[in-house]
Design a protein around this ligand. Structure first.
Ligand code: MG
Length: 385
C-alpha cells in the first residue's frame, strides 16, 4: 500500500487525483492533503479519505479550520514542507498552482520521494535543480500534464538517441480565430471558458494566451532533455492527440485519448504499468476530424517569449513565469486588458539581466524581483475608471 500526499487537493487536479486514488483503495492510501483557503472542501476530503496530516497554506483559513477530526493540521509553507518530507510518505502529488509549488517539489525530491508533478512552474523555475536532485536521490519525476504524459508514453517506442523531435499539441484556447482588435475587448469571464479542458483559472488564462504551451515547452525540455529547437508546438483544437514524438526514421508516434486528466494522473501513479480503468473509450468516428495548424505567433506572442526565456536560460524562465503569474492575476481582477498580459511579461523579461540559476536562492530572488517589476508595469497599464 503506497501512502500518498496530495498538495493542492482542493484544486482541479487535486480533486481529479483523489478520484483516481479512490478507485484503487487496495493500492493507495491518502496520507496527507493540502489547501490554500478552501477549508470547506478540505473538511469533506478529510471525512472521505481520513488523512493523517493536512496542511493549510493561508493563515486565516488555518485559524478558522475546525479541529473536529483526527488529522494533524499544519500551517503554511513549513507545513507543506513537513507533509511532503514525512518519512511515511511514498509519493507526493504536487498539484499546487504557480511558483508556490517549487519549494515543496524540491523538498519532496530531497527527501527521496517520487514526485507526480502537475505544478509545471517547479520545472520552469528550477528545472536543472529538480532534475539533478531527482538523480542524486534516485527518484522519479512523473509528469501530470497531458502532453508530457503523452510524450513519456511515445518515447517508449524508441531509444533516446533515435528521437528527432517532440511535437507538443495545444488546443489553441478559446480565442484561436480572434483578431488582434477583438483580443483587446476580451473579459476575464470569456477567457475562463476553455473549449476542451476543464481546469483551474490560472492555467485556463495561460491556455488562452498560449503561455501555458510556452511553459510546457520549458517543462518538456527539462523532463526529456531535448533542446528547444527540437520541440515544436502544433495547434490541435480537438485535444485528442495529446502530443507526438518523431523518430529519426520519420515515424511519428502519437498518444490519443479523450481529454480527461484522470488518465495522465493514473499513468503517473502506476508508471510503468498500465491498469484497467473505466475511463471512456475514444470513438474516433464521433470526433470525425483531427486538425492541426501552426500557432500564430503574432497573435499570441507568449509562446515565443517562453522559447526566448529558455534560450536565455538561468533565471530568465523564472522571470517569465513570475511576470505571467502577476499579469494573469491582474487580468482576472479586471485591472489590465488581455493583450497586456503579454506586454507585462515581455517588459519584465526585457529589464531582467539573466543570471545563472545555480541555487534556490538565486531563483527565489529572481522570482521576487520579477513579481515586483511586473506589478509596477501593471500599475502603468491599469484600466482607467
Ligand atoms: Mg498541459
Amino acid at each position: 500500500m503506497k501512502k500518498i500526499a496530495v498538495l493542492g487537493s482542493t484544486g482541479s487536479i487535486g480533486r481529479n487525483a483523489l478520484q483516481v486514488l479512490s478507485c484503487f483503495p487496495e493500492r493507495f492510501s491518502v496520507f496527507g492533503l493540502s489547501t490554500n483557503t478552501n477549508i470547506k472542501l478540505l473538511e469533506e476530503q478529510i471525512r472521505q479519505f481520513k488523512p493523517k496530516v493536512v496542511a493549510i497554506a493561508d493563515e486565516e483559513s488555518f485559524q478558522k479550520f475546525p479541529r473536529s477530526h483526527d488529522a494533524e493540521v499544519l500551517l503554511g509553507m513549513d507545513g507543506l514542507k513537513r507533509l511532503c518530507s514525512d518519512p511515511q510518505v511514498d509519493l507526493v502529488i504536487n498539484a499546487l498552482v504557480g511558483s508556490v509549488g517549487l519549494i515543496p517539489s524540491l523538498e519532496a525530491l530531497g527527501a527521496g520521494k517520487n514526485l507526480a508533478l502537475a505544478n509545471k512552474e517547479s520545472l520552469v523555475m528550477a528545472g536543472e535543480l529538480l532534475i539533478q536532485t531527482a538523480k542524486d536521490k534516485d527518484v522519479e519525476i512523473l509528469p501530470i500534464d497531458s502532453e508530457h504524459s503523452a510524450i513519456k508514453q511515445c518515447l517508449l517506442s524508441g531509444k533516446k538517441g533515435e528521437v528527432k523531435r517532440i511535437i507538443l499539441t495545444a488546443s489553441g484556447g478559446p480565442f484561436l480565430t480572434k483578431s488582434k482588435k477583438d483580443l483587446k475587448k476580451i473579459t476575464a469571464k470569456e477567457a475562463l471558458s476553455h473549449p476542451t479542458w476543464e481546469m483551474g483559472k490560472k492555467i485556463t488564462i495561460d491556455s488562452a494566451t498560449l503561455m501555458n504551451k510556452g511553459l510546457e515547452v520549458i517543462e518538456a525540455h527539462w523532463l526529456f532533455g531535448i533542446p528547444s529547437e527540437r520541440i515544436k508546438v502544433l495547434i490541435h483544437p480537438q485535444s485528442i492527440v495529446h502530443s507526438m514524438v518523431e523518430f529519426v526514421d520519420g515515424s511519428v508516434i502519437a498518444q490519443m485519448s479523450l481529454p480527461d486528466m484522470k488518465l495522465p494522473i493514473q499513468y503517473a501513479l502506476f508508471f510503468p504499468q498500465r491498469i484497467l480503468s473505466n475511463n471512456a473509450s475514444l470513438d474516433l468516428t464521433k470526433i470525425g476530424q483531427l486538425t492541426f495548424l501552426e500557432p500564430n505567433h503574432k497573435q499570441f506572442p507568449c509562446l515565443h517569449l517562453a522559447y526566448q526565456a529558455l534560450e536565455l536560460g538561468g533565471t530568465a524562465p523564472t522571470v517569465l513565469n513570475a511576470a505571467d503569474e502577476v499579469a494573469v492575476e491582474e487580468f482576472l481582477a479586471n485591472r489590465i486588458e488581455f493583450p497586456d498580459i503579454q506586454r507585462i511579461v515581455e517588459g519584465t523579461l526585457r529589464e531582467h539581466q539573466a543570471k545563472p540559476a545555480a541555487c534556490l536562492d538565486d531563483i527565489l530572488n529572481a522570482d521576487k524581483w520579477a513579481k515586483r517589476k511586473a506589478k509596477e508595469l501593471c500599475a502603468e497599464r491599469k484600466i482607467k475608471g
